[in-house]
Design a protein around this ligand. Structure first.
Ligand code: 5GP
Ligand code: ZN
Length: 111
């Protein structure tokens, strides 16, 4: 998706502070961090959100999920971390490329 900011980050056309990447997944720092560590973990493939996920994406989503705790460990979040995924307008989604917020360290409690 040419006009998708996260696709452009994944392609390297837009700069981001990338902390992890492989063939399927990329993780970079949120530009407006809400925690000491606040990353966005995304598939390189453009998938809008969890409603857009298909059976054929099974391996991809499993890989992404398995990668999240590895990235958290790399970031020193041994005490734990939070993952949040906003889906659709009702979920407060602003960027329409599926992403998992990975937050840890100094952060406010969930309301
Ligand atoms: P959501 O769609 O889950 O509500 O929020 C999107 C998140 O992406 C926000 O936390 C916002 O700060 C972050 N974000 C939006 N545009 C950019 C960008 O161009 N670069 C980075 N690194 N983060 C972004
Ligand atoms: Zn995209």
């Amino acid at each position: 998706m040419a006009d998708c900011i996260f696709c452009r980050i994944a392609k390297g056309d837009v700069t981001a502070d990338i902390v992890y990447q492989d063939e399927q997944v990329i993780a970079f720092r949120d530009i407006q961090p809400k925690a000491a560590v606040h990353l966005l973990v995304i598939p390189r493939k453009h998938i809008e959100n969890l409603y857009d996920l298909e059976r054929a994406d099974q391996q991809l989503i499993a890989h992404l999920m398995l990668t999240i705790p590895k990235i958290a460990k790399q970031q020193g979040l041994d005490a734990g971390f939070r993952t949040v995924t906003n889906t659709g307008h009702g979920g407060g989604q602003e960027v329409w490329h599926m992403h998992f917020h990975l937050m840890g360290g100094d952060m406010p409690p969930m309301q």
